[in-house]
Design a protein around this ligand. Structure first.
Ligand SMILES: Nc1ncnc2c1ncn2[C@@H]1O[C@H](COP(=O)(O)OP(=O)(O)OP(=O)(O)O)[C@@H](O)[C@H]1O
Length: 738
């Protein structure tokens, strides 16, 4: 038998050879293409070559992650790219091919025709070591073991999991587990729900599935046909490099908030209003409101053409309107139909044939079927109690409609829209003009929290019903916290079979941390299957119970310690403590990134528990768990999310309990507070005056945008700006707070 050193040397030779040919291919793809038959073909060829070149793994990366030997002694190296030599002999097969898939699928119970599976550990293209699984030997030796050894992490996986994190997710091609691969290769024509606890690899699997589908269905699926939707900008930035690393550069990746027209976003909104706006009945309200814009003709419609009157009877115009109303298609398309019909009627009575001489028809059309844009329409609707009452039908109470009512900005361009407004605008866009772009496959991550209106925005972009939706009910919080997948999928109609597949092994969270977090599960999500963690962390979670005044200082001190040790740090902080933590970081000269602005590139990152979903850090500091629990009706789930963001270190800093296990609702008002809080209106039925509402919105904006110490300053500057705009001189002492 060969010594390991000799085997290593032989393997390295193969790696070097494959590397040489990969670089040869890269150089060839960079060359100017030969003259093509025509310019179009030449351009397409150039694009093909560019894409192919961009899809190649970087020169510094290893050519293969593993090798499989079949029972017939055939040998295949498996890597990110297919690599051939100049005689077209295969040196490495892609992980996405059926043969490449065997590397992940083969197990002791089901060797799938393999004799051996070899996993390489590399530094770039230099092999450091390899591990072998010889299936027959292993089957004989461990037949009594439970669970099967292939479900347990091997050295390569553990090394990969212990790697230090950055603000960008990486691919997992080298260490995809058999259970994960089964999900990756689920057929395209499914509505696939990937569920599993925190850190089980749901996001990673969904992204690798995209790459696998693109490769294996390249006849029907191009990168432009695929959309990946994430919950917020920091998440999208975190995951956006995975697909390019897998060689798929042109897949659209958006935040859920980007599914809608380009309008100014950022309007704060009370939870009760957000909830109503998210409900599916809003779609019906919008449809009724739009229908109500269609007018009724006069008994006789008289129009002047080149000095001659033509009269259409109200009955025939009403028939034309009714015909357009009943026709299928978006509002704008049916408007065209009405225009054509009115023009015909006018011509039948001797009107001018040229469209440009039909201005009176245009005027009539505008009165009967006015042109609309989604933002202008919604602004008008929210601004009118009468229109809201009319459109609400018997589906909304007067109190609910009053909550929807708001005074619009003076100009449409100055209107700021809320997160819950965006799906309404999108729905209107669909009603008015139809969807502009559809996709053949859509992936939605952190789907468990999306409102029905947001899910409708996803559904209308799907041309096939082929979706991969990813989430965890135990992490479902906010206005739309759910307990069953049907509550999500009912808004994603698909003619394709729905399958719910789970991942059970937790790769991110170390055992000691998970044991702490899992104590929340009986309250947070009693019906959700528990995750089995695969590794230990370096230490138990640090529990720092301090006086309220010491809290920010302790957080800053811990953040600095982790920073000095070179760790990527996440501070998960409830809104109530945000200002004091920002202040402490500032005072200690610690620069930090704000996840609410999509940043995740600093060594220290300040994230709300809601923004923390889907993210991970080397070290996590969770601030005041009781406040996190108090922040959401399903606050224990929110705390579960916060505690499970770490891949190694966890510290909890609090004046209250480290792990509040009281039933929801009992945990507020026990922690001494040292700040001004702008509480949302507790009673939705109380009708606030519009000035109070404006003040409330402003207060929410100020408190979210500046530390408490700067509020007075911001308000004074705002007053000065308003004075300047209105041309008033500024009375002395105005807006002064002692
Ligand atoms: N097979 C694997 N090999 C290496 N790393 C893996 C593997 N599976 C998952 N991981 C890593 O585990 C971490 C968690 O994965 P991921 O974010 O996909 O989990 P998740 O289930 O989406 O978590 P959450 O529910 O918290 O969003 C990531 O760093 C990911 O790269």
């Amino acid at each position: 038998m060969e010594s390991k050193a000799a085997e290593l040397a032989a393997e390295q030779q193969h790696f070097d050879l494959a590397h040489k040919h990969r670089e040869r291919l890269r150089a060839e793809l960079g060359e100017t293409p030969d003259a093509a038959a025509n310019a179009g073909t030449g351009r397409r060829l150039a694009i093909f070559r560019r894409n192919r070149k961009e899809a190649l793994a970087q020169p510094g990366e290893g050519v293969a992650v593993g090798r499989i030997d079949t029972a017939d002694d055939e040998v295949y190296y498996v890597g990110r790219d297919r690599i051939v030599d100049d005689q077209n002999q295969i040196l490495v097969v892609s992980w996405k091919t059926p043969v490449g898939g065997l590397f992940y699928e083969a197990s002791v119970e089901e060797p799938r025709g393999l004799r051996r599976k070899r996993t390489f550990r590399c530094d770039g293209n230099r092999i450091l070591d390899f591990d072998d699984l010889v299936f027959q030997q292993l089957a004989a030796a461990v037949s009594a073991l439970e669970p099967a050894p292939t479900e347990l992490p091997d050295g390569a996986l553990l090394a990969e999991l212990d790697r230090e994190r950055t603000g960008s997710m990486r691919d997992i091609v080298a260490t995809i587990q058999a259970a994960q691969h089964r999900l990756i290769r689920t057929p395209l024509d499914r509505l696939l729900v990937i569920e599993g606890g925190p850190g089980t690899g749901k996001t990673a699997v969904a992204l690798h599935r995209v790459s696998w589908l693109l490769y294996n269905h390249r006849d029907q699926l191009r990168p432009r046909d695929v959309l990946v939707v994430g919950p917020h900008p920091a998440f999208t930035r975190y995951i956006r490099s995975v697909l390019p690393l897998l060689g798929d550069t042109d897949v659209e990746q958006l935040d859920i908030d980007q599914l809608g027209p380009a309008v100014q976003r950022g309007r704060p909104e009370r939870p009760q209003i957000r909830r109503i706006k998210g409900e599916a009945r809003m779609a019906r309200l919008l449809a009724r409101a739009l229908d109500a814009r269609i007018g009724t003709p006069e008994p006789a419609e008289r129009m002047l053409f080149d000095g001659r009157f033509i009269t259409l009877s109200g009955v025939e115009v009403a028939a034309a309107v009714a015909d357009a109303r009943q026709a299928g298609g978006p509002y704008a398309q049916r408007r065209q139909r009405l225009r054509a019909r009115l023009a015909d009627l006018v011509r039948e009575r001797g009107g001018p044939p040229e469209p440009e001489r039909l201005a009176p028809v245009e005027n009539l059309l505008e009165r009967l079927w006015p042109l609309q844009s989604a933002p202008a329409f919604l602004r008008g609707l929210f601004g009118s109690t009468a229109r809201l009452a009319n459109a609400g039908g018997d589906e909304f109470t007067a109190e609910e409609l009053a909550l929807l009512h708001r005074r619009g900005a003076d100009r449409l361009s100055a209107e700021v829209w809320s997160v819950a407004d965006v799906p309404l605008l999108d729905e209107l866009e669909e009603l008015l003009n139809g969807v502009s772009r559809r996709f053949r496959h859509i992936v939605v991550d952190e789907v468990q929290d999306l409102s029905p209106m947001q899910l409708r925005a996803v559904a209308r972009r799907s041309s096939t019903g082929s979706l991969t939706i990813v989430g965890d009910l135990a992490q479902s919080t906010g206005a739309w916290a759910r307990d069953h997948w049907e509550e999500v999928t009912e808004h994603l109609p698909s003619a394709l079979p729905m399958v719910v597949l789970g991942l059970r092994y937790g790769y991110r969270v170390p055992r000691q941390v998970f044991e702490l977090a899992a104590r929340l599960l009986p309250i947070a999500a009693p019906n959700v299957q528990q995750t089995r963690v695969v590794r230990d962390g370096p230490r138990d979670p640090g529990e720092h119970v301090v006086e309220p005044g010491e809290r920010p200082g302790r957080v800053a001190q811990l953040a600095k310690e982790h920073l000095d040790a070179g760790r990527f740090v996440g501070i998960v902080c409830p809104a109530a403590c945000r200002a004091e933590i920002e202040f402490a970081l500032h005072a200690n000269d610690l620069p930090w990134g704000r996840a609410d602005q999509g940043e995740l590139e600093r060594s220290i990152n300040l994230v709300s528990p809601q923004e923390a979903k889907g993210l991970e850090f080397d070290a996590v500091i969770v601030v005041e768990p009781e406040e996190i629990v108090a922040e959401d009706p399903r606050g224990h789930r929110l705390l579960f999310v916060a505690l499970t963001r770490t891949i190694r270190y966890l510290d909890v800093v609090c004046a209250g309990q480290v792990l509040p296990l009281d039933p929801p609702g009992d945990v507020t008002d026990r922690i001494p507070r040292q700040r001004v809080v702008v509480e949302p209106d507790p009673d939705p039925t109380v009708e606030l005056s519009s000035l109070d509402r404006l003040a409330e919105d402003l207060a929410a904006l100020v408190s979210a945008g500046a530390p408490v110490t700067a509020w007075d300053e911001v308000l004074q500057r705002t007053a000065a700006l308003l004075d300047e705009r209105s041309g008033r001189s500024r009375p002395k002492g105005r807006h002064h707070r002692p």
